[in-house]
Write a protein that binds this ligand. Sequence first.
Ligand code: ATP
Ligand code: MG
Length: 256
Amino acid sequence: MAFLSIQDLSISFGGLTALTHISIDVRQGLILSIIGPNGAGKTTVFNCITGIYRPNQGSITFQGKELVGKKPYQVASMGIARTFQNIELFSHMTTMDNLLLGRHIHMKTNVFTGATFLTRRSPAAREEREHRERVERIIEFLEIESARDIPVLALPYGTRKLVELGRALAMEPTLLLLDEPSAGMNQEEKRDMMFWIRDIRDDFKVTIIMVEHDMNLVMDISDEIVALNFGVKLAQGAPNAVQKNPEVLEAYLGQQ
Ligand SMILES: Nc1ncnc2c1ncn2[C@@H]1O[C@H](COP(=O)(O)OP(=O)(O)OP(=O)(O)O)[C@@H](O)[C@H]1O
Ligand SMILES: [Mg+2]
């Protein structure tokens, strides 16, 4: 059984067909990249997986359970976390608090309000300490200690991308969806991001599906690549094979 299985997925918006009969199987532990020109339907695949869009047709099963029809918070609580193409963080809150929000699906009590009125030894206080410790470990892992107590809006763009990644990790997902993790970053930040993604897969034992335009990054770290164009799947396979696929080459050349 595939870890994540997308079968015959189609979705349209008005007259525009964004995905047409897409099927993708993802094995556990892989880094799988989805590539394709602008408007190919890459983000739409993520939105269908996470319950933001409801497909017109098809099924998406995660560890054997159907995702279509589930609400985004239900999908999240099944162990699927994501980052967004346009960073979505609470920009007036600090890095620490944004990451703590990522923990909320695991919280029995509300650490922002409940715990402050209770003694240090109460179960709620203990729970808060545990969540904070987990978040501290992620902050350390991503080396964003200096951003810890700073409101997100005051951080450089590259650091905000890492904070969003940190918030997704704070959810302790088993499947992580990254929508253009290196977009807008400089070369050095891109290289770092490549290492983070690989380390995350290895250290956190998560399966990663990544949408990414930077071909060097994609070719370097992907175990498998899926190529989309105009909502149609052109190819799936090892990076070298997909890169040489005539239809994939044509889709990219046709763009220029
Ligand atoms: N909510 C929506 N309403 C109308 N059209 C939409 C909606 N979401 C996506 N689309 C359309 O579906 C197509 C696929 O969009 P999608 O965002 O998935 O592309 P993408 O491959 O992620 O592109 P990019 O590389 O530019 O991010 C586009 O033509 C887009 O305009
Ligand atoms: Mg997109």
